[in-house]
Design a protein around this ligand. Structure first.
Ligand SMILES: O=C(O)c1cc(=O)[nH]c(=O)n1[C@@H]1O[C@H](COP(=O)(O)O)[C@@H](O)[C@H]1O
Length: 305
């Protein structure tokens, strides 16, 4: 199997898209008519929840498939429904994977090394069970938090090498308070720059045939200045760039995040796509998500070409 970065590049070329659709769906935001159609009074509340969450997101995946290179599943939106949500996540991951979409688990996980290994087993690798190895999820990549340093990241990096998976380490996030910690100056550098240097070190030995590392960084689209600096520190890494649209990140600024080949980024959009119907793009929610994902894809391509 190819390295994650090579698979990602192949998928980007095939789709002519660097757009990733973020599945951040809550039941409350699913259109009433859709809920009515699938709600069955004979079924338990939990069964209705699972059915409707799956059926809505499945249709979103079908609708955007043509325009996106991958799907990013945000863990919190499934965790909020306890293990019922995780059952739906498991089915959706398989569903997207069968469509040859790149699937990312956005869990922002990390811990001390023994616990980090558990996370990595779950989402990237295999978990030992009764002397055998079991694979529970088929994600291609995961988002991680760098705060615990190298030993917390190492289990993920090792599984990336072993199982040809990818990692996106939070470096400079899109949220308004990201400066509180990430911009603290330590010996003339901002903390996020030091984290980016660590990401370079951690990813040095995980390069695919195209020369890109499988260990990438998350950099918010709302942070174009940081985008420039991080790109300089990480010339061969993929940047996962969330924050366009609702959070205020501008597609035109994506030119600061790309590498010298106008490559090396994937761009996430969640609410603008999954709830496109709210902006009355089209009376049909699937068509709305299709049209919005197409338009975002095209504007990104124009901005980085
Ligand atoms: O790691 C992420 O994906 C992430 C990092 C970050 O800095 N900012 C950020 O918004 N995200 C995620 O990207 C998605 C953005 O959603 P929208 O603002 O609706 O497009 C959410 O799932 C966030 O959790």
């Amino acid at each position: 199997m190819l390295n994650f970065s090579d698979r990602l590049i192949d998928a980007i070329k095939k789709k002519n898209s660097v757009l990733v659709a973020g599945i951040d769906t809550t039941i409350e935001n699913i259109p009433d008519y859709f809920i009515k159609k699938f709600y069955d009074n004979e079924r338990s509340e939990i069964d209705n929840l699972k059915t409707i969450l799956f059926e809505y997101n499945r249709r979103i995946i079908d609708a955007v498939e043509e325009n996106v290179v991958g799907i990013k599943f945000q863990a919190a939106f499934f965790e909020q429904y306890s293990y019922h949500g995780f059952e739906v996540l498991h089915k959706l991951c398989e569903y997207a994977k069968n469509k040859k979409l790149v699937v990312i688990f956005d869990g922002k996980r990390n811990d001390i090394s023994s616990s980090a290994k558990g996370y990595s087993n779950a989402y990237l690798g295999e978990t030992p069970v009764f002397g055998k190895k079991m694979r529970f999820f088929e994600f291609d990549a995961i988002t991680t938090n760098p705060y615990l340093g190298q030993d917390g990241i190492k289990p993920f990096v090792e599984d990336c090498e072993r199982f040809k998976k990818g990692l996106f380490v939070l470096v400079k996030t899109s949220n308004p308070s990201s400066a509180d910690i990430q911009d603290v100056v330590v010996e003339d550098k901002k903390l996020y720059e030091i984290v980016a240097e660590k990401v370079f070190e951690w990813g040095k030995n995980c390069r695919g045939k195209e020369g890109y590392s499988d260990i990438g960084a998350v950099v918010g689209a709302t942070q174009p200045e940081a985008g420039k600096r991080i790109r300089h520190i990480l010339p061969n890494s993929f940047l996962l760039v969330p924050g366009i649209g609702v959070q205020g990140g501008k597609v035109e600024d994506l030119k600061y995040f790309v590498d010298s080949n106008n490559m090396g980024i994937i761009v996430n959009s969640s609410r603008d796509i999954i709830y496109a119907y709210k902006n009355y793009v089209h009376s049909d929610f699937e068509k709305s998500s299709y049209l919005v994902s197409k338009s975002i894809k095209e504007s990104i391509n124009a901005a980085i070409s």
